[in-house]
Design a protein around this ligand. Structure first.
Ligand code: ADP
Ligand code: MG
Length: 447
């Protein structure tokens, strides 16, 4: 098939991927790829370097594969080929990507890094880590189920796979499934009249690990299936571990009886890591990649990428790859160059944009935010504005106060502390913060 077709198809695929992947991931790994050719039922994608190829293969192969098939309407395999950005010819040898279904075994061979020893522990993930380790070593029956929740890219899957690996080492039977796999399995078992087999499949394991349980939301019949699986296992003292992007209480589309069961054992959250942990994570990733990166560069990256570990990894890879391409040593300057696309959006953030976002989410005009009127809602909107001015623009407390029409240093400090604490203990406030953040990001991207 012609190269134009490959190019057009890939552009459409990229459009889809852009919508479902974090911007930083897309910018780092996908932006500089192109559709090369469709040959022998293989869709060949050109990628700029080995890091990118490896990352795409390991992390998003299935997503890319699924999207390619959806867009092309053909059952094509996917091959990433390292080539210069402007390909001049066709591949000499196209390495075939694995097409096997994911299983724990497969996950391990392609993700040798997922174990407890490569997980960096800090104050933000301490509880989730020690509980996972205790469960994996069979040290306690108290944490049953163990429910781990966090935002994306903070290590939930890493911990689940570490438990799986430890079970494998200890000869304990276990099963890792995403809730999507669980759902598909459940539905097909009903269709094929094999529900007994389905039950036996899950009932016979000592440790069941279910990733991203939030996706069971709204799927009533599957929830029913999961409910029975849960009971079967729990009643016979088998261990369950689940992850989710929210605590059980904030998963309203899950049945109440399921939600309440999730609280029977231990609920552990993972928060974004503080600076020291981010540096330690980068240091460990650099060691794994066998590249020498100086402390000041690690510090430089860790200061700029703050929200999640996946982005942190992406940033490091990008910095290393840029240094290689530029044939330059890995320095803060190269890091700035490499991270420019990551940081472009945040550079576009201004005080005006933050005010706009708060106005939009709270429906409170800026004049009121700057005024003296007080109600619970207005006070909250003001505090969230201060929080974002401080966080996004890294302004000092007094400077933030000036933006708010002359609030004192201590008022601002109190507001920022309060909102930071509410992130942990108030779902409503967290929801508002996320909404404001979304509007800020969306506007910054446009501008
Ligand atoms: P989640 O499942 O929460 O979205 P993942 O487990 O997929 O996140 O983590 C994203 C990436 O960050 C993975 O490559 C993982 O290895 C890495 N990671 C997350 N937390 C840590 C940590 N504390 N130490 C080392 N690597 C981590
Ligand atoms: Mg995950």
């Amino acid at each position: 098939m012609s190269n134009t077709l490959a190019q057009d198809t890939w552009r459409a695929v990229l459009g889809e991927l852009q919508m479902c992947l974090p911007t930083s991931t897309y910018e780092t790994y996908l932006k500089d790829t192109s559709g090369l050719a469709i040959e022998d039922n293989q869709f060949i994608i050109s990628v700029p370097n080995a890091f990118t190829a490896e990352w795409l293969e390991k992390r998003v192969y299935h997503l890319v594969h699924k999207t390619v098939n959806k867009v092309s309407q053909e059952p094509l395999g996917v091959t990433f080929l390292i080539s210069s950005p402007r390909p001049t010819g066709l591949p000499v040898s196209a390495k075939k990507s694995p097409k096997t279904k994911p299983s724990t075994e497969g996950l391990f061979s392609s993700n040798p890094r997922y174990d407890f020893s490569s997980f960096i522990v800090g104050p933000s993930n301490n509880l989730a880590f020690s509980a996972s380790e205790a469960v994996a070593l069979g040290k306690t029956t108290l944490y049953n189920p163990l429910f781990i929740y966090s935002g994306v890219g903070l290590g939930k899957t890493h911990l689940l796979l570490s438990i799986a690996r430890k079970c494998l080492e200890r000869g304990v039977s276990h099963l890792y499934v995403t809730s999507e796999q669980f759902t598909n399995h459940f539905i097909s078992s009903i269709r094929q009249g094999k529900t007994d087999e389905f039950r036996a499949h899950y009932r016979n394991v000592d440790v069941l690990l279910v990733d991203d349980i939030q996706f069971l939301g709204g799927k009533e019949q599957t929830q029913e299936g999961f409910f029975h699986t849960f009971n079967d296992l729990h009643n016979s003292n088998r261990q369950l571990v689940m992850t989710s992007d929210k605590p059980p209480g904030e998963l309203p589309s899950l049945e109440a009886r399921l939600r309440s069961r999730f609280g029977w054992g231990l609920i552990a959250d993972i928060q974004p890591p503080p600076l020291e942990t981010r540096i330690a994570i980068l240091r460990s990733k650099a060691e794994q990649m066998r590249v020498d990166v100086s402390s000041d560069v690690l510090h430089h990256i860790a200061e700029r990428i703050v929200d999640n570990v996946r982005d942190l990894e992406g940033a490091l890879i990008r910095v290393v790859a840029t240094a290689q391409t530029e044939k330059a040593p890995i320095s803060p300057t190269v890091a700035d160059m490499a991270l420019a696309p990551f940081l472009a959006a945040s550079r576009n953030v201004s005080a005006a944009l933050i005010f706009n976002a708060v106005e939009a989410v709270f429906n409170i005009p800026r004049s009121v935010l700057l005024g003296r009127k007080r109600s619970k809602e207005i006070a909250l909107a003001r505090q969230i504005t201060m929080y974002f001015l401080r966080r996004e623009l890294r302004l000092g407390f007094s400077e933030v106060g000036r933006h708010l029409g002359g609030k004192s240093h201590s008022t601002v400090m109190h507001a920022v502390r309060k909102i930071t604490a509410s992130m942990h203990n108030s779902p409503e406030v967290r929801e508002r913060i996320h909404s404001v953040k979304e509007v800020i990001t969306a506007q910054a991207r446009l501008g």
